[in-house]
Structures are given as C-alpha cells and as structure tokens.
Design a protein around this ligand. Structure first.
Ligand code: ATP
Length: 240
C-alpha cells in the first residue's frame, strides 16, 4: 500500500485466556484507504479489531495510529485519538432513543459545537434516522440499527473506523448502500476504514486493499481489485 500510513500494526499477538488467536499480525493502512479484512470463520478477524480498539489487550506487538504508539493508552483515550469500533451486533442501546444513542458517540468530545455539527451531518447522511429521532433503538429494523451504530461512531469524528460485519443480516440493497456510503465518506472526509466482512465480494468491491487472514495470520495483502478479479488468487486464498 502506498501513501502516508494512518495505522501500522507490527507483530500483534492476542488471544483469550492465554490461548493465542492472533500470531504476529503485520498490517499497514494508508490514510484515506479502505482495507477489507477477509478470511474464513475463525481466522481471527473480529479478534484483530478487538485488539486494535483495546477491547482485548494484546500480549505482544505494536499498534501505531498517526505516528503515535498506542501501547499503554487507556481504551477511552483510544477513542479520543480517533479510533472508532463498530462491533458485530452493533451495540445499539435499545432503551435509548435514536437521538440519545447518537449523542453517546459525542459525549466525550470537548468541542461541543463540532459535536453538534457532526450530529446534524449524521442526520443528513441517514434520513431514516432523522425521521425516527425519537424512536427507541429496539423499534428499529436491522438496517436502521446498522445506520445508527455507524452514525454514532461518526459523531465522534473518527480518523479510523473499525467496522465488523456491517452487512450481517442486511438485505442486499442495504448492503450496497452501506458500502457506497463508506466509499463516499472516504472520498469526502478522508476517513480511513478497516472493514471485516464475510461478504467478500461486497467488501472487495469498495476496498482499496484486501487483507486475507487465516488461522490468526495475515497470509496475503493485495490490491482489492486484484483479489477480486484474479481467479488464481481467489482460489488460493479465498476458496472461490
Ligand atoms: P467469524 O467470522 O466467525 O467471527 P473471525 O475471523 O472473526 O470469525 P474470531 O471471531 O476472531 O474469528 O475468532 C478467532 C478464534 O478465536 C476462534 O477460534 C474463536 O473460537 C476464538 N474466540 C473468539 N472469541 C472468543 C472468546 N470470547 N473467548 C474465547 N475464544 C474466542
């Protein structure tokens, strides 16, 4: 990958209860790139996002965001540094309204005026959320919850968006809209995205770079278009 690196990961090792899952991940994501992390179930994709966002403490390795080593930085501080994680299952609070959920994304921000601007922008971006401002999280459809989780992350004006399975359970039309939106955000705001997806074709269709994981390792990194179009590469690494 070319361009100035926003995220640099070196030798990242992490696991659960002493059982390693990630075995020394090396990864570089340039500023303003969309990188899709793909691979079989259990490859460690979700674990990678957790280790990056501080949900899981790495046992070894280095994560550098915009030139700053994140070792020892507290989880809540990672958000301030620009890391936003939208986990699988999305974490929308069902008992809170759409508006309250979105405001959670900006609670920590000191620049209240910009947090309010970011909230307005999210409502412009996601018209269904603006219409359902006072509805509770549990009243929303799967697609609307996905928008809400993404919107909440965007209210924090992240530099790096870690997105886990945004297409899970969504209709193909909504998946296409979500992917197009990520592309637009990248183009308009320079957002950098690390996207974990089971839906490999959709992910590679919008990504710049494809990162293939297997058994807790990165087995290849290639331009997404090459991974998508080169049958030999696809057979070798993605099994289709
Ligand atoms: P999937 O697409 O199925 O979520 P993945 O590539 O995201 O797959 P992970 O969810 O990161 O893979 O899982 C990698 C390995 O870690 C698997 O062997 C899984 O069983 C194990 N694992 C995941 N979460 C936990 C956990 N909370 N406790 C213990 N082991 C876990």
């Amino acid at each position: 990958m070319s361009g100035e690196a926003l995220l640099e990961v070196r030798g990242l090792t992490a696991g659960y209860g002493g059982a390693p899952v990630l075995h020394g991940i090396d990864l570089t994501v340039p500023k303003g790139a969309i990188a899709a992390v793909v691979g079989a179930n259990g490859a460690g994709k979700t674990t990678l996002l957790r280790a990056l966002s501080g949900m899981l403490r790495p046992t070894a390795g280095r994560v550098v965001l915009a030139g700053e080593d994140l070792r020892g930085v507290a989880v809540e501080q990672l958000v301030r540094r620009g890391m936003a994680h939208v986990p699988e299952g999305r974490g929308v609070v069902g008992e809170l309204t759409v508006d309250e959920n979105l405001r959670l994304g900006g609670l920590w921000r000191r620049d209240r005026a910009d947090a309010a601007r970011a909230l307005d922008e999210v409502y412009q971006l996601f018209a269904p959320l603006a219409r359902r401002r006072r509805h509770h999280g549990h009243q929303l459809s799967g697609g609307e919850r996905q928008m809400l989780a993404l919107g909440r992350a965007l209210v924090g004006r992240p530099r790096l968006l870690l997105l886990d399975e945004p297409s899970l359970g969504l209709a193909p039309r909504v998946v296409a809209q979500t992917m197009a939106l990520l592309r637009r955000l990248r183009d308009d705001t320079g957002l950098t995205v690390l996207l974990v997806e089971q839906n490999v074709r959709s992910a590679l269709s919008i990504a710049d770079e494809g990162v293939v994981m297997s058994l807790g390792r990165v087995v290849t990194t290639a331009p997404a278009a090459r991974l998508r179009d080169d049958a030999d590469l696809r057979h070798a690494y993605l099994g289709f």
